[in-house]
Ligand binder design. Structure first.
Ligand SMILES: *[C@@H]1O[C@H](CO)[C@@H](O)[C@H](O)[C@H]1NC(C)=O
Ligand SMILES: [Fe+2]
Length: 428
């Protein structure tokens, strides 16, 4: 073969390779899966165990038993030895014909940082769980995916997240997709337990958490608020639907798209006060999670009030506070924007990222507005998850991993500079 032919074939091969990277075949959605209670557990066994951060060094342990049992957690720093214990409270709820199990809620601590704790819960503690507490200083690593649901895609996304060695999981809303059928909340609790019992899972709500039915069930967020109690009290919020928390170096705002966000609303006032308390020397990074994206070039959910009106109401507050990044869900795809404020590129604006790609049964949102707006840097309708590693006070690495036919493939990554560290932006 002549050199000319070899180079022609090499170019052709490279073109085909590029083509197959660019025209990644979008997979179809998968059905809801039902996760049964495992055979070795019974009606008094703790199930659906998940943990969440409370204040600087406490952890909330949540679990459900079908029967009424004790709300007690025994814990310690070596396996099988539980020198410490704490008790908490129990609640349950009714939804149409459904009655939930006993939902237990126990806060343990104070805990030492960077330590593995072993724990067991309830009065029939057949299983031992363990978790690692967060680091004392940066770096810290978050994993992230919204609109999880419970399908085969969710399952493989969770496997990718499990192997990412993260410290804290962040979910920008739409958890179980139970969609009024309450047993699916229990199934979701069992699906996520292997991850959510070993690392704190911090969530905010989406539209699928509302579950209000006119006349028959007039209360909103009944299951969500009962099952996913977040540390709102500690952040001065009076609602589980919005709150903030801190880990070393990072202040995290968990905002609510489906509760009042208008100027002067309790959420707005809380946000204003919360931002005023942020100390950028202690937490150089400030990030926010919200369900309905404020910036979105996908055809799905264009122009919804929760996106448009909420952005108009709150964007100024976040901009003046130099919030670094807003992560959103809702649109079942991935999209990353440049720094923006009020629709335009702005060097001191917030980076917006949509990560609503966890894998729910509604499938992907694959239609986009064309031509692509200049502020949208990367967009792709695929399932996947994000990893956000805050390296130090000035640099953080964001990575998006596509769920590529059940393989985790890093498809987008970017280094982000902290806004409080930028001399052009930090003088407000
Ligand atoms: C922060 O991390 C970045 C990326 O690793 C590095 O280039 C930079 O020097 C670090 N800054 C400090 C103050 O350590
Ligand atoms: Fe949604």
């Amino acid at each position: 073969m002549s050199l000319k032919w070899i180079s022609f074939l090499a170019v052709l091969g490279f073109a085909l390779f590029l083509d197959c990277v660019l025209c990644y075949d979008r997979p179809p959605s998968r059905d809801l899966i039902w996760v049964p209670l495992s055979d070795d557990l019974d009606s008094s066994s703790p199930q659906q165990v998940h943990i969440s951060l409370v204040g600087e060094n406490n952890m909330r342990i949540s679990w459900i038993t079908e029967d009424a049992t004790e709300s007690k957690v025994e814990y310690g720093t070596s396996s099988g030895k539980y020198d410490l214990s704490a008790t908490g409270s129990t609640n349950s709820y009714k939804y149409l014909m459904y009655k939930s199990g006993e939902i237990h809620d126990v806060v343990i601590g104070p805990l030492k940082a960077e330590t593995v704790y072993y724990y067991r819960c309830g009065s029939n503690p057949v299983r031992e769980f363990s978790f690692k507490t967060r680091p004392t200083q940066l770096p810290i690593k978050f994993a992230m995916a919204g609109d999880l649901g419970q399908t085969g895609w969710t399952d493989s996304t969770l496997k990718h997240i499990a192997s990412s060695n993260y410290d804290v999981m962040l979910i920008p809303g739409d958890l179980s997709y139970a969609d009024l059928y309450q047993p699916f909340w229990d199934s979701f609790g069992r699906l996520v337990e292997p991850l959510a019992s070993t690392r704190p899972w911090m969530v905010t709500h989406g539209n699928h958490e509302v579950e209000k039915i006119p006349v028959v069930h007039s209360e909103s967020f009944t299951a969500y608020n009962s099952r996913w109690h977040m540390p709102f009290e500690e952040s001065g919020s009076n609602s589980n639907l919005y709150y903030s928390f801190e880990v070393p170096g990072v202040h995290v705002l968990m905002l609510g798209s489906y509760t009042d966000f208008s100027n002067g609303s309790p959420q707005y006032k809380w946000l204003e006060e919360d931002l005023a308390k942020v100390n950028r020397n202690k937490t150089p990074w400030v990030i926010a999670l919200v369900h309905a994206p404020w910036y979105n070039t996908n055809s799905a959910h264009q122009g919804e009030g929760e996106s448009v009106e909420m952005r108009k109401s709150m964007e100024g507050l976040l901009y003046r506070a130099r919030v670094d990044i807003v992560f959103a869900g809702h649109v079942h795809a991935y999209e990353r924007f440049t720094r923006v404020y009020d629709g335009k590129p702005d060097a001191c604006g917030t980076v917006h990222i949509t990560i609503g790609d966890g894998g729910n049964r509604e499938g992907l949102a694959s239609e986009y507005n064309d031509p692509k707006e200049e502020i949208s840097i990367f967009r792709e309708a695929s399932f996947g998850h994000g990893q956000f590693e805050v390296v130090n006070g000035s640099h953080a690495l964001w990575k998006w991993h596509r769920n590529d036919d059940d393989e985790s493939v890093m498809a987008d990554s970017v280094w982000l500079r902290n806004l409080a560290d930028d001399p052009n932006c930090n003088k407000l």
